[in-house]
Ligand binder design. Structure first.
Ligand SMILES: *Cc1c(COP(=O)(O)O)cnc(C)c1O
Length: 369
């Protein structure tokens, strides 16, 4: 079986050393051995989030982590401002609504990002806002939200909790939980953390921990108070995905050895090389504030998504992602999160150049005939 090149925004490529670690014999999670691994993982996770707060590990995909934040920090009827600039901002709103929160949505056109004055205005109209829901990298549009600046004004103008979906961003974009004054952040295993899907991670500020003590929404498996208590002993309330935790120890060791600053710079550098290469091929980037995690690109006129995608796969073993919702068939998305470097970018750029060149030649031929 030929190796495929995964350029999808989850799952992302898993390094060989991590695969090896996960193939070791299973161990018991209530053992000294596991607790020692988990203690090291917990330390690395704090570096990843740039926090002194606990970072809890839950067995679930990222959406479960988002739901955990909502059910632990709020009660029915609480007002939250949700920035909806794409598929994942929309998900924050939907989770909030399904638990009876009063969701005030700031709707942003796809490919654009919320401006700080819009946040200030929404907070002045809704001074009773208890939380502001943000998406650091809106994966559906390849757009970065300026979480740092938004957090600053939320703190200045309100008492609302700043809540960040960092699922595609953590381990790729600069992020500083403590310094930026973030109250809750969630990420997942299959993106910047370079392991398969199945784990989600949550950090809470002291303020958010206080909210978790008074929230009345129903919860059991995702009760973060239980997770926080278990965390004290490097433990989890329920059986964790032990194998993934073992892989995680390796991947986080790799990330922290590289250094978070270097990891962030690598993502910035390779995304800029990709952007220049794509623009050089005459393609147009979709986002007005492109992220260093995912690049969304307009499909050129006359190029059909299905055809383009199947040529990338069959001839070059490359898997990319389509546009979502109304942008299906209009844009395509290349993820460059995690275990990716310059050589991967060269591979995808040359494949796109070959395919577009041939498709262009075929069209010219048809036009002549
Ligand atoms: C991938 C992703 C999610 C969803 O995570 P799942 O692990 O599929 O549940 C949520 N938010 C963002 C920004 C994502 O990129």
């Amino acid at each position: 079986m030929a190796n495929k090149y995964l350029f999808t925004p989850g799952p992302t490529p898993v390094p060989e050393q991590v695969v090896q670690r996960m193939s070791e014999p299973i161990i018991y999670h209530r053992s000294k051995e596991f607790r020692e691994i988990f203690a090291r993982v917990n330390g690395y996770l704090q570096t990843l989030f740039q926090t002194k707060q606990p970072v809890m590990t839950l067995t679930s995909s990222g959406t479960g982590g988002m739901e955990a934040i909502i059910v632990n920090l709020f009660s029915a009827g609480d007002k939250v401002i949700s920035v909806n600039a794409g598929k994942f901002g929309e998900r924050w709103s939907a989770i909030g609504k399904s638990y009876g929160l009063n969701v005030v949505e700031i709707k942003i056109p796809w490919g654009e990002t919320v401006a700080v004055p819009q946040i200030i205005e929404a907070l002045s109209i809704h001074p009773d806002t208890q939380g502001v829901l943000l998406t650091h990298c809106e994966t559906s549009t390849g757009t970065t939200t300026d979480v740092k600046s938004v957090a600053e004004v939320v703190q200045k103008y309100s008492n609302a909790l700043v809540i960040v979906d960092g699922i595609s961003a953590i381990g790729a974009l600069e992020f500083r939980f403590d310094e930026w004054g973030i109250d809750a952040c969630v990420t997942a295993s299959q993106k910047g953390l370079m392991i398969p899907p199945g784990l989600t991670f949550i950090a809470l500020s002291n303020r958010a921990e206080q909210s978790a003590l008074v929230s009345t929404l129903p919860k059991y498996y995702f009760d973060l108070n239980k997770s926080l208590i278990a965390y004290e002993n490097n433990d989890t309330p329920w059986t964790p995905a032990i194998t993934l935790v073992r892989g995680l120890e390796k991947s986080l060791q790799m990330l922290t050895a590289e250094g978070m600053g270097n990891v962030w710079m690598r993502h910035e550098r390779i995304s800029k090389i990709l952007h220049e290469g794509l623009t050089g091929l005459g393609l147009k980037i979709f986002s007005k504030n492109p992220s260093f995690c995912v690049t969304a690109v307009f499909l050129p006129d006359g190029i059909e998504w299905g055809n383009f995608n199947s040529q990338l796969l069959s001839e070059h073993n490359i898997i990319i992602a389509p546009g979502q919702a109304e942008y299906f068939g209009k844009i395509f998305r290349i993820a460059h999160i995690g275990n990716i470097d310059d050589s991967n970018i060269k591979i995808i750029l040359s494949a796109i150049e070959i395919i577009l060149g041939r498709m262009h030649d075929e069209r010219t031929k048809r036009e002549i005939q």
